[in-house]
Design a protein around this ligand. Sequence first.
Ligand SMILES: [Zn+2]
Ligand SMILES: [Zn+2]
Length: 320
Amino acid sequence: MMQVLFLEKGQLLYRRDYPTPKPEPGEALIRISRAGICTTDLEMVIGYRENFSGVLGHEFVGVVEQAPEAAWHGRRVVGSINIGCNDCDICRCQGPEHCPNRRVLGIQAKDGVFADYVTLPLRNLLAVPDNVPDETAVFTEPLAAALRIREQVQVRPSVKTAVIGPGRLGLLVGQVLALDGGDVVMIGRSRHSLERPLTLGLKSGLAADFADGSFDFIVEATGNEGGWNTAMRLIRPLGTIILKSTFVGKPQIAMSDLVVREITVVGSRCGPFAPALRLLAQGKINTQALIDAEYPLRQGLIAFTHAAKPGVRKVLLYPD
Ligand SMILES: [Zn+2]
Ligand SMILES: [Zn+2]
């Protein structure tokens, strides 16, 4: 038996009576060292995916305790979250992210990482370099999601770029886009929300500080209608808006405005783990400044309440 945070019908429960998972063929059993609460987890509790029932959580670092290949035993690992059927054309050509039969760690038909143990296929795992501590490695998944933008669109460092929402994901996106000297502004809703981006060396401002059409490229990372409306006001004609978080509701979209101003909108989800881990190993991304609290798993419900407070960035969990 093990302890877990279990989501059932929009209710999060702490349980100590959950069966320890048994690895399927090709899978490793991983003991969780650290797990991160992200906005997706919070949204799932309030109903972004009403049909998921299981162990929540998808951001983790842990240690392999059982594996079909001896080389993995005892390795510290992170793991990508999409498990494809490995058989369809999409899996073969593009990878598991868009497999119609995929399972997604802690999100869709696969128990997640707010637990003592998780199982994942070996092909999803990546060994963590020794110089990357657990509290840093646990950011690999959200950092990969931030890097996904650079796989989808070219963001030239000279164009005016804004990231709306200086939250747990937005601050990673801002750092990624600023890596090559990019002209990036973090846009927040209050002066207080701009303190963290400033400590990370990122330019920041309130939406009201900028005239309509000020930016060529905008990443919307708030996941709420207000953030979308701000993006639509601040984007210039022919500009690109990247949507980097899921929306719980169904925001109103002024379609004609997109057409008349010829704005490109790009949805953006999971990204590449290997480059994310390389950036963390190189010390190029500040994750320490994003951690607001760490809780033992048994206090997971308190941790969730903390993570849901406005302005709180990353809250980590560790089984004890
Ligand atoms: Zn996440
Ligand atoms: Zn597939």
